[in-house]
Design a protein around this ligand. Sequence first.
Ligand code: HEM
Ligand code: SF4
Ligand code: SF4
Length: 394
Amino acid sequence: MADALTIQPDLEFIREVTENSGGDLKKCMQCATCSAVCSLSTESRPFPRQQVLKAQWGMSEQLTGDPAIWLCHDCGDCTARCPRGARPSAVMDALRMAAIRRLAFPRFMGSMIGRRENGAIMFLFSALLLLSVAKLPAFHTAARPLIFADMFPVSRLEMFFYIVSAFVVLVLAISAARFIKELRSAGARGAILPSLLPALIEIFLHRRFAGCEAGKVRRWGHLGVLFGFIGLATASTVLGVEMHLGWMVTPMPLLYPLKMIANLCAVVFAVGVSILIWNRLADREKRVGSSFCDWYFLSLLGGIGLTGILSETLRLAQSPDWMYSIYYIHLSLVLTLFLSTPYSKFVHFLYRTIAMAATWQESKSTGRVQLAAGGPDAALPEGPGLPHAIGMRS
Ligand code: HEM
Ligand code: SF4
Ligand code: SF4
């Protein structure tokens, strides 16, 4: 007789995922319609049925190291077709958030920042922290032309963001190492470094977004956000270097090439975020699982885009009453995004890239998931409930 498999369910994990996915975990009857519907599920790594089942069983460690939760694009196709209303896409989303909390360093920050009640606190904390580099009393009476450096001297602001960036990069490196360790212990053996380049090419081309109906619009939104963001980050870095070398003083003339590129990227970024926000609002039926973390991340990006464009417009209009306060809000939002990167949905850029690289070889060698018996998904029990071979202890 085969050995019985003993599972020690993580009850706190079951509670967390149930709560964040809308309380529908128990509705799943393991029909596997979701895995068949999903255009990204493959024979070698079928999802989301397995993940819903493992979530029911509270297998937190296996799920934290399961790359499949990061291969899912949250398109909602599986939720739309689930005959039991179990909302598998919301379960996958909740599993990603649970993984972010477990992989975060330090761990308590992961649990703190994902909570609704702490969203505003994070913003207030960033706003207060920024005051440490502000030149408050003088800026409002500054001689024209008014510039933002009256309030935030460039050298102070640069030093401040260098320190914050170094902290964030260190924390991200620790989280990435933790994720790779979890991937290995959950059985993902694919070499990551050699597959990084092809995975990145696929990410930049956004092929997987186009694989499902809902993803076609989001593809354009994500392309705009990703490339707008990369463009803006690159332009700020180049500007910082130019200023250090004494080649440039701010504000840059509107027709300076770097300024034109930065403005173009800002527009692309803002259009991308608007598409994503509109798509989430318009697609309520499929996406009843949109969580606080989804909206927190989108709102931060939307706020950054809006206040960034407003700041520049108000500076051009030389409006002392508004330009400094809007710029201050803009910087506070940017700092909130930076500081919460390892603990918010933003960190998906890291875990998704690693997961895609780790599964790159297998995804190229196998086809779409087959529902017929014999595929790896068949290794899991069919039908509702638990198999007799499994003894559960709570
Ligand atoms: C570089 C690797 C990246 C990959 C592989 C990636 C992939 C994805 C995928 C698959 C989704 C859809 C799933 C979901 O909503 O949870 C998504 C969502 C999103 N990503 Fe990325 N992303 C990357 C980087 C970035 C960056 C750098 C940004 C922006 C600064 C960004 C912004 C967003 C936003 C705003 C959403 C939410 C879309 C929505 O709410 O509908 N991504 N990303
Ligand atoms: S009942 Fe379960 S297995 Fe069937 S489609 Fe819904 S989530 Fe997937
Ligand atoms: S949300 Fe889309 S990508 Fe994710 S499991 Fe469901 S069908 Fe697949």
